[in-house]
Design a protein around this ligand. Structure first.
Ligand code: ASP
Length: 316
């Protein structure tokens, strides 16, 4: 079966100018090429998803791993999850600190009886695995937090991606920069992974959708990764909602359309990417922008310049 791959670097408000769009496109395509290469060599969907998440986490412009946003108390707490669709198995970590790739912990937990760990459990696991202590803080995110502190955190979220030139005049409603990867491998197996630094400036202990089935879900029929306001995603139970609709017989395209229309009508601010087991690639959003890109085996494409508002697309 021809592998398929779709990735995202968050949803939110508009990128500043074409320079921003081109830079993000280049970044996303580079990652697509590398991960698609693995799938072509026979990597499993889960392995490809983990590699894709690592690459996106390592990219400081996105809000996951290195470059994660700071919470209201100036600390970084990250969340990540992996769902192997073939085994229908979900694992994840919530509010973990001082690790380079939170997705590695999610991968490790796939083999455990206890598969979702909160902050304390994640810290224990880190110690157990003897992973090196890592500080994901970047100057850009620190400055963003310090600016915001002066204004007493009036913004509800940090910027969609770290853009040095865009910081001062940026849309105060801004956006997010969570990352996600969804893959279909040669054996027809699906997987989804999502990783985030959270919304930015949030209360200590706030839990993101990214390590919940609402934000990241897969089974044998479909796989979806979400981004946007976590509370909105949770209340729509978006990833599981789309995948279950496909499981019950809707096409992936229709499942996205229906779910995005409902989310739009509920005033939600979110986006999602997905695949089904036949290789259909789909995406949808209610937000202004969705930083998605896909590789069909024949061509690469992206969702960087969609119209604002509810939009759904697919590639057969
Ligand atoms: N969904 C993430 C959260 O609310 C943020 C994002 O997608 O950028 O934690």
């Amino acid at each position: 079966m021809q592998p398929k791959l779709i990735i995202h670097g968050g949803a939110g408000s508009s990128l500043q100018g074409k320079g921003g769009v081109e830079a993000v496109r280049k970044l996303l395509y580079g990652i697509l090429e590398e991960v698609y290469g693995l799938l072509k060599e026979g990597a499993s969907a889960s392995d490809a998803v983990v590699r894709g998440c690592q690459l996106l986490e390592n990219e400081p412009r996105f809000n996951a791993g290195t470059g994660s946003v700071l919470q209201s108390d100036g600390q970084i707490r990250m969340s990540a999850s992996l769902m192997d669709g073939h085994r229908q198995r979900f694992s994840g970590v919530i509010n973990v600190a001082r690790v380079k790739n939170p997705i590695d912990l999610a991968l490790r937990l796939q083999a455990e009886d206890d598969r979702v760990l909160s902050d304390q459990g994640s810290a224990e696991l880190l110690r157990e695995l003897q992973l090196p202590i890592y500080n994901p803080l970047t100057d850009l995110r620190l400055n963003e937090w310090m600016e915001e502190r002066k204004g007493n955190f009036h913004r509800t979220m940090a910027g969609v991606i770290a853009e040095p030139e865009a910081a001062p005049g940026r849309d105060p409603e801004a956006g997010r920069g969570t990352i996600g990867v969804v893959a279909l491998d040669q054996d027809g197996h699906l997987a989804a992974g999502t990783s985030t630094g959270g919304k930015g400036f949030e209360r200590i202990g706030r839990v993101s959708d990214s390590a919940m089935p609402a934000g990241n879900y897969a089974n044998g029929q479909g796989a979806v990764s979400c981004t946007g306001i976590g509370e909105d995603i949770i209340e729509e139970c978006l990833a599981a909602r789309i995948v279950i609709r496909v499981t019950d017989g809707l096409s992936l395209q229709t499942a996205f359309e229906k779910s995005m229309q409902e989310a739009g009508a509920n005033g939600r601010d979110l986006g999602a990417i997905g695949l089904d087991r036949t290789g259909v690639i789909a995406w949808g959003k209610t937000s202004e922008v969705l930083l998605g890109a896909y590789h069909s085996g024949d061509k690469l494409g992206d969702t960087l310049e969609l119209e604002p508002g509810v939009q759904v697309g697919r590639l057969y």
